[in-house]
Ligand binder design. Structure first.
Ligand SMILES: Cc1cc2nc3c(=O)[nH]c(=O)nc-3n(C[C@H](O)[C@H](O)[C@H](O)COP(=O)(O)OP(=O)(O)OC[C@H]3O[C@@H](n4cnc5c(N)ncnc54)[C@H](O)[C@@H]3O)c2cc1C
Length: 499
């Protein structure tokens, strides 16, 4: 059972919210005096489980501000049957299981708050099939985006979304957290690129979703047979099963890519333009689109060009990454810029040159705020909201900037096919400001909900708010009870506790 340390208690006293602990003990000993750790260890080949604190240290947390957990055991299965054996035993022994890809998320989903075991899925890293006839790639969950894109390139193929954390993040982690979903107005979200899954359930059995549910049919259609079971596991943060295989749609690499930027004098004009852009379906050749408030990027711009007049910067900048046939890109760009002009939007070639084009070239996009990551840690909250909520979201971010000047604040908005995703980022000094930033970010999630924003990539960061969504939570709790009756899968994630 996770118990607060002295430092954690200090944070609680400072008003920092903690996850509820379980109502009943989750772990119990193994049979005949054998510890549960030894029982589970015996299910895997030698060398694939470890428990010494020095070895489990790296498995306590992800990149978020969510409090670390303490794993009692880490296992690194190398195949799906090994995962099934471990899950069946964990259910029988009441041992919590936290799946882990690269641990790069900023929502605490991998943090083992209830102790138990962390399942490191990095060992399942094979690309199983690049099927250019069916247009799908089938892979294991531990494959990184960097490895996947490199493998697809010789085939002239890609997966349609832009992996900002490509080198490290695993496909399994991104699907389970519904991360990288911000990647593409053209292809919408990570989840929309999933053709089907194989999932190990808590009892150690396996299901395949979509067309692959029919034996021998394979992955070629997601919406087949009955309800969309694939969607059940996307964004579930490991609470309903462990993803052991993923089928993603393939798309041809675009023949041509170029970037362009637009500036708007105020947030309402920008929001009105973006809404019109989405309604007019002008996004077919837009692979990525991101909005920045001037405060978030002006340091970077002035660093590159000290002669720039900061007061002349438009309040809202939009960077657009076009991809497709060169003629189609030219046509759409002309139409988009004409539409922008109607809302007072002006091309910003200097911003593109200094900032956005470089992010595109390095596939870094919107988190690369002037090297802050090298200097301090970043607390991130992501939310989804309707396009017309953009002004309220950005005004709110500005209020936090003024209210908490001890942190460096930034915000960014990502263009989707419909609606927007927004991120608020607070850069902080981990040695001195961690409890403080935790409390501030907890307040931010509450205020975002009050604005009509909804949690995106929930993990544990949003757990307190997700719990307040009573009907939603009741439905998910019922599904979880059916799939994970012992409540061992990722307790605490999505606000779901053990029953
Ligand atoms: C610097 C930075 C920049 C980023 N930029 C972007 C961006 O531009 N756009 C964007 O959308 N996202 C972005 N992200 C988020 C990024 O996409 C995620 O961090 C990443 O996809 C998570 O992959 P991971 O392998 O690290 O997953 P982990 O952090 O290991 O896991 C994420 C969640 O999935 C669960 N999980 C992992 N593997 C499995 C499995 N096989 N089965 C079931 N559950 C599993 C874990 O329990 C956890 O809840 C960024 C993150 C960082 C740190």
């Amino acid at each position: 059972m996770w118990r607060p340390s002295g430092a954690d208690r200090g944070r609680a006293a400072a008003g920092v919210r903690h996850l509820r602990v379980h109502r009943r003990p989750l772990r119990r000993g193994g049979a005949r005096g054998v510890s549960w750790q030894d029982e589970i260890r015996a299910l895997l080949p030698a060398g694939l489980a470890w428990h010494e604190p020095v070895d489990t240290l790296a498995y306590r947390r992800d990149t978020s501000i969510v409090a670390p957990g303490h794993p009692d055991l880490v296992v690194r299965p190398l195949d799906a049957p090994g995962i099934g054996r471990v899950l069946a035993a964990a259910s029988r022994l009441n041992v919590p299981v936290y799946s882990r890809g690269a641990g790069s998320m900023y929502a605490g989903g991998v943090n083992p708050h209830a102790g138990g075991l962390v399942m490191d899925l990095g060992g399942l890293d094979r690309i199983l099939d690049i099927d250019t006839v069916r247009g799908v790639v089938v892979l294991e969950p531990g494959v990184t985006f960097g490895a996947l894109l490199a493998a697809l390139e010789p085939f002239g193929q890609t997966i349609g979304i832009v992996p900002s954390t490509g080198a490290a993040a695993t496909v399994g982690g991104a699907v389970s957290a519904h991360a990288l979903g911000t990647g593409s107005p053209r292809f919408q979200s990570m989840g929309d690129q999933v053709a089907g899954l194989e999932v190990a359930l808590a009892d150690g059995s396996f299901i395949r979703t979509g067309s692959a549910a029919a034996h021998g049919a394979g992955f070629f259609h997601r919406y087949a047979i009955g309800p969309d079971l694939t969607g059940l596991f996307i964004g579930a943060d490991g609470t309903l099963g462990v993803i052991t295989k993923i089928a993603l749609w393939l798309h041809p690499l675009p023949a041509h890519r170029e970037t362009a930027c637009l500036g708007f004098a105020d947030y309402p004009s920008a929001a009105a333009f973006l809404g019109e852009l989405q309604r007019k379906a002008l996004l077919d050749n837009v692979w990525y689109g991101a909005g920045y408030d001037a405060m978030a990027v002006r340091g970077r711009l002035l660093g590159a060009d000290p002669d720039l007049d900061p007061t002349a910067l438009p309040r809202f900048m939009l960077g657009v990454d076009y991809g497709g046939d060169a003629d189609a890109v030219a046509r759409d760009r002309t139409r988009i810029e004409a539409l922008a002009a109607h809302y007072g939007g002006q091309p910003q070639p200097r911003f593109d040159e200094i900032y956005f084009h470089n992010l595109r070239r390095d596939e870094l996009y919107w988190y690369s705020y002037a090297g802050y990551f090298a200097k301090s840690r970043c607390a991130m909250v992501m939310a989804s909201f309707a396009t017309d909520t953009l002004p309220a979201f950005l005004d709110q971010a500005q209020q936090w900037r003024e209210r908490h000047p001890q942190f460096t604040w930034a915000s960014a908005t990502v263009l989707c096919r419909r609606g927007l995703h927004g991120a608020v980022l607070a850069f902080y000094d981990e040695r001195q400001q961690w409890p403080e930033v935790q409390a501030v970010i907890a307040g931010c999630t509450t205020e975002l909900m009050a604005l009509g924003c909804v949690p995106y990539k929930s993990g544990k960061l949003w757990a307190a708010e997700v719990r307040k969504l009573t009907e939603y939570q009741r439905a998910v709790t019922r599904i979880k009870a059916a799939l994970d009756p012992a409540g061992v899968l990722a307790p605490g994630n999505l606000g779901l506790d053990a029953r």
